[in-house]
Every structure is written in C-alpha cells, then in structure tokens.
Design a protein. Structure first.
Length: 340
C-alpha cells in the first residue's frame, strides 16, 4: 500500500462511477474521487497524488496539496476541539487530528500552533505540538565515523518555531533545532514562517547556529541583482554608496554595510555602475565600454616640439650641429698630397 501522508506517482488502472482506481505498485488500489480527477485523464496515465486515510481509515488519493506531509513541521489553524482532541485545517477534506496527549498546551478553536506530523500506532496521520519528541538538538552522523549531514555554509529550510531572548528557535530541514540570533536578523520575521536559511556554524557540541544570508562573497551576487533593479527603478541613480550609514543600507536592502560594499564593488568591477560623489549610477548602454585614450606621441616628435619652443623663446638655434659623414674611400687629412 502507498504510504499515507506522502506524495506518490500512481498509474490509473480502472474507472468507476465514483472515481478512478490507481495502482499502488504493491498489488493494491487507491481511489481517486471523481471530483479530484484532472481533465482528460485516461487509463494508463500516471498522476501525482497525495495519499491519506478517509473517515473510515481507508487509503484515498487526492490531487489537492496539503499544507504539510508526513515528518514535516507546519503552522496550522485549530478548527474544532472535542472530547478526544483538537482538529486542524491542513488543506484536505478530513481535518488533521491532535490527541490531547500530544498537546503541550490545550488547543483552542481559532488559534494557530506549530505541529509535527507522524503516524500513530494504528497507521493514522496525526499531529503533535510536542516538537521536542521529534526534533533533535544535536546533528549526528548516520553511521559512526561518517561526516555530519550538515556543515558550515549549507543552504537549509527553516521553520520559525519560537521567539527567545537571543533570537528565534528554528527547525532545520524538519529534523534539527537551530538558533537564529538577533544580530543575524535584518528583516521582520514571525513564528510559523518558513524561510530559506544557511548554517552559520556547527558548534563543537553539534548544535546549530543559523543565518538568513549566505556567508562571504556568495551573498554579493543576489544583492548585486537587487541593486541593479533598484537603479533601473530610480532612473539609473541611487543616492547610496560607501558613505551611506549602515542603518540606511539595512533599511533598503536588509543587509550589512560590508555586504553592500562587496556588491557594489562587484558591479563596479563588471563596469555596470559608476561611483559618483553623491551615489552610484547605472552605466548606460550607449556609453563606450572603455575610455578612448589618444595615441601616444613618438619621442622624436616630442623633442622636435621642445626645440621649436626654445627657439621662439631665445632666438637661438638649439639644434646640435650636424655631423659630417666622411667617405670611407677618401684618405685621412695627413696623407692628402703629401709625401713622407
């Protein structure tokens, strides 16, 4: 049977009045209700579907996209509470169940909460607000002696789970805890938000420090594109540069001044901008790529012009006397018509 709580690519093998049956690749069939069938679907087509259990705990397929799948963390709204637990809206017809035993605090209708999706001992998809049961504090290797699955600078997916005095506690790749410090946050974030982030440091205790920008010059490339877009939107000029205060740069681009300087340095090197006293300007397309310099004047011409200026000033010919070239065939002066 196709595992509930995940996406699968299944083949259409049979059509019935109430829907299509899909081959689960293990000898079973999963129903795709007729209202979920994409237009022009035929027998033999392969469909991407999400499989879950209906109200009678039978596997059923859907082409809808739930807000989370198995072994993921999500921020979901509470729609109902009864004597057995709470029910969350996760984008499907059947709400997601949270037993009372899996509630860190009693959930109330209309509230939102962070939950982790898992299969209970009966095979049902349920959720828990007790994230520490499923999220690890330390990054560990799959096998002893193997390298850690994460290293400094790695791009990761973050789920902002909790506000703390130091910053925010975040779930990394639905598997590990990490800390995003206030000093590394340059734009507004909120609990429940999903973000792209980076591993700032894997500490000696195997815990994770996080950041929202890539380290070093890697973050200059995307910022350089944003600066170019800003220049285009402002008629090719931006009253910002090395002289701009850090808080102004952070306000406009949500980055540090050091990162901003790296980005404009990159654009300058590529001759896409010029730096002026009051800001930076976009290089126009009709501007020559290189400054045309006059050809160098030969040294002989320079000397000739200097001699002419000296003659005009002193009236004296400063040219050196011309050398008389002797004919090598003539005899020297001490032998002309003389006999010894």
């Amino acid at each position: 049977m196709a595992e509930p709580g995940r996406y699968h690519h299944l083949t259409v093998v049979e059509e019935q009045p109430h829907g299509l049956y899909l081959d689960d690749a293990e000898g079973g069939k999963v129903l795709l209700p007729r209202k979920q069938i994409p237009a022009n679907t035929a027998i033999g087509d392969v469909l991407k579907v999400f499989v879950y259990l209906d109200s009678d705990d039978r596997p059923i397929a859907t082409t809808l996209r739930p807000k989370a799948q198995l072994h993921q963390v999500a921020w979901l709204n509470v729609v109902d509470v009864n004597k057995t637990g709470a029910f969350l809206d996760w984008g499907l017809a059947k709400d997601l169940f949270v037993p009372f035993s899996e509630q860190k605090q009693r959930l109330e209708p209309g509230k939102s909460c962070a939950v982790y999706l898992y299969l209970d001992n009966t095979g049902r998809i349920v959720a828990s607000t007790k994230l520490n049961r499923f999220i690890k504090d330390e990054v560990t290797s799959i096998w002893p002696g193997e390298p850690l699955p994460l290293k400094n600078g790695d791009a990761v997916k973050l789920f902002i789970a909790q506000r703390t005095e130091l910053g925010y506690k975040a779930v990394v790749n639905n598997e590990y805890w990490g800390i995003l410090y206030n000093t590394d946050i340059r734009s507004a974030i909120r609990v429940g938000q999903k973000l792209d982030g980076f591993i700032k440091r894997v500490r000696e205790d195997k815990r994770l420090d996080l950041m929202l920008e890539p380290a070093g010059h890697e973050k200059a490339d995307p910022l350089a594109k944003r600066i170019l877009k800003k220049l285009e939107d402002n008629q090719g000029f931006l009253p910002m540069g090395d002289h701009s205060p850090a808080d102004l740069i952070e306000l406009h681009f949500a980055v540090s001044k050091r990162t901003f300087k790296m980005a404009i340095g990159k654009l300058l090197k590529e001759r896409l901008i010029t730096i002026e006293e009051k800001g930076i300007r976009l290089t126009t397309t009709d501007q020559p790529a290189e400054i045309q310099r006059p050809p160098k004047t030969p040294v002989a011409d320079i000397e000739h012009r200097a001699e002419q200026r000296a003659e005009k000033t002193t009236g004296v010919n400063t040219k050196p006397a011309k050398k008389v070239l002797r004919n090598p065939k003539h005899k020297s002066s001490n032998t002309l018509g003389l006999k010894k």
